[in-house]
Design a protein around this ligand. Sequence first.
Ligand SMILES: Cc1ncc(COP(=O)(O)O)c(C=O)c1O
Length: 456
Amino acid sequence: MTEQRVRAQRHLVPHFTPGAAWRSDSLPIFERADGCYLYDTEGNEWLDGLAGLFCVNIGHGRTDLAEVAADQMGRLAYATNWGNAHPPSIEAASMIADLAPGDLSEVFFVSSGSEAVESALKFARNYHLSRGDEGRYKVIARNWAYHGTTLGALAVTGIPRLRDPFLPMLWDGVRHVPNTRQCTSPPGTPVADLSCVRAIEEAILAEGPETVAVVIAEPVQNGGGALVPPDGYWQELRRICDRHGVLLVADEVICSFGRFGYWFASERMGVVPDMITFAKGVTSAYQPLGGVAIRGELVEAVHDSPMGAYVHGSTFGGHPVATAVAVANMSAMRDEGLMEHVLANEAGMAESLAKLADAHPCVKEVRGTGFFYAIDLCADRESGRDLSPTQEAGLRGGVLGGFVREQRMTIRPDDRGYTGLAISPPLIADGTVVEDLVDRTDRVLERTVAWLAENA
Ligand SMILES: Cc1ncc(COP(=O)(O)O)c(C=O)c1O
């Protein structure tokens, strides 16, 4: 066991990792990365099939971004956006406003996705208050959606395993409604009549529209496994929110900055929400940065109201180094044609992954679009047999993770509303990388089929 692994196990508290897994002799320690590949301290090469955590969109090892960070540190390492401003945050906000759909012309920066979500919720409350609409504070969110883990964001997250231990600490203003995969309407139902659409308006009406501040949803929901909505779904959300004076927030912490071939997935959905939360890909994870893009007139309404201010802020929001890196990252993504690359290659990736489904009876369904997919597992597709409770517990409890690790790659074994694998490579992945990703995933599924037979 390497000395670094021992020290990690003794001193470093892991995120969301069971103790037994952290204590494993095979805990990888990554020390460098390049393009779509990571290298551990034992000299092994790993394929990064998850772009870190859906965030290293431009790929690893970009020394040009490192140089921008070093230069900014030398020039102005720190200043706030509290009563003053600085060039990198001005430049980053202007670029994001230009790239955002419709009139989302104002940007508030924070340092993570959870903070971005909380900032959107607080802005909504602030906006309603500034108009004298004092009763509005409730939030409508969807089952199995992940919106972050700090207590405010966790209240909105719809994943029981993450929420339940902390329930006494969570505020009770959130109502969760079915996501698009939980629709019970028969095929051919007009989108406005789908049960998962009706459920949103029914929740608003049940609570009393005058108490509801916000509807929040991801354009393509990650929790539940790459849930692509039916055509027209977002237009219906927009209509419902407008009808009841509720603000619509697209949580694009994963979906923005190219994951679906657009700067913002709302553009792909053809909708202009009132706010878009972002993080991860805005800097391709070369710096921690998150934020909210907000419709200009809403910000003006707050500033011009007796309240006069958005009563929210943080020390590192809009940090000069993080925003300078964001500008460099967005410029490079634009100049190198990453949006075009995703749009040109998404069909190929979808096709290769669909072939895996044909080849392995343990694949129930492959879902997704852009550079973002989920492989949903079952015991046997032909006979329609689902995983038994024991099989599900085994796969979720480390078996699937072990198979992925054997292949030295970082796609994600997932247990949020389905049992399967989440795949989301860096956006620079070309045909060769995609082939490598599909081959390794093929071997994971082969191992899974054999394990299911042994554990029937
Ligand atoms: C949709 C969405 N919202 C919010 C978050 C929280 O972001 P962070 O982990 O940066 O706090 C995530 C994280 O994965 C996310 O996927």
